[in-house]
Design a protein around this ligand. Structure first.
Ligand SMILES: [Zn+2]
Ligand SMILES: [Zn+2]
Length: 182
């Protein structure tokens, strides 16, 4: 038995009309559009901010079994470095490819279908983005992280170490008769 697919929410910017393709195998349509990111498009330490712009560059092609969607989604990323906990801001491009089967085709649970001459890209987008995001995002490839003893950010203070009674910089300043740095 085919799983039940809910009727598309046509107000969703991720629902696209495909009736023009009208099951004419080989017919094609290019779609370039900017849509707001759906909620929860990410994993715990990094993701696409809800409502931020996603630029979609897609090709919709009628094939024998359905509508094949290929293209890219350019997104903003916001997250936190898993080593130093600094903010990460960036952009990324993800490849999308999904075949939406015509009604009547026996589909598996995780397969997509054309419903009422529309396709809903949300699940395909979610899979394309979420599966590619790093579980341990880094601000820099060689981020030094935090001092395990006092938690100071080692990127800001690469010479940082413990076990000395007096910080050498303070000693130097003391010699010069200056004030200790704050
Ligand atoms: Zn970092
Ligand atoms: Zn420390």
């Amino acid at each position: 038995m085919s799983p039940v697919h809910p009727h598309p929410d046509r107000r969703s910017p991720l629902v696209l009309e495909v009736h023009e393709l009208a099951r004419r195998t080989g017919a094609m349509k290019q779609v370039s559009t900017t849509v707001p990111a759906p909620a929860d498009l990410g994993i715990h330490m990094i993701g696409v901010p809800h409502g931020s712009d996603i630029e979609l560059g897609l090709r919709l092609e009628a094939v024998t079994e359905g509508v094949l969607v290929t293209g890219t989604a350019d997104v903003q990323l916001h997250g936190q470095c898993s080593r130093c906990l600094d903010d990460i801001e960036g952009e990324a491009s993800f490849d999308l490819q999904e075949l939406f089967f015509y009604p009547g085709h026996e589909v598996e649970e995780d397969e997509s279908v054309v419903v009422d001459e529309t396709i809903d890209l949300e699940e395909a987008l979610r899979d394309a983005v979420v599966l590619e995001l790093p579980f341990t995002p880094l601000c820099e490839e060689d981020c030094r992280g935090l001092c395990p003893e006092c938690g100071v950010n080692l990127n800001d203070d690469p010479e940082h170490s413990h076990g000395q009674r007096v910080d050498p910089r303070w000693e130097k300043l003391a010699d010069l008769g200056g004030d200790a740095p704050n």
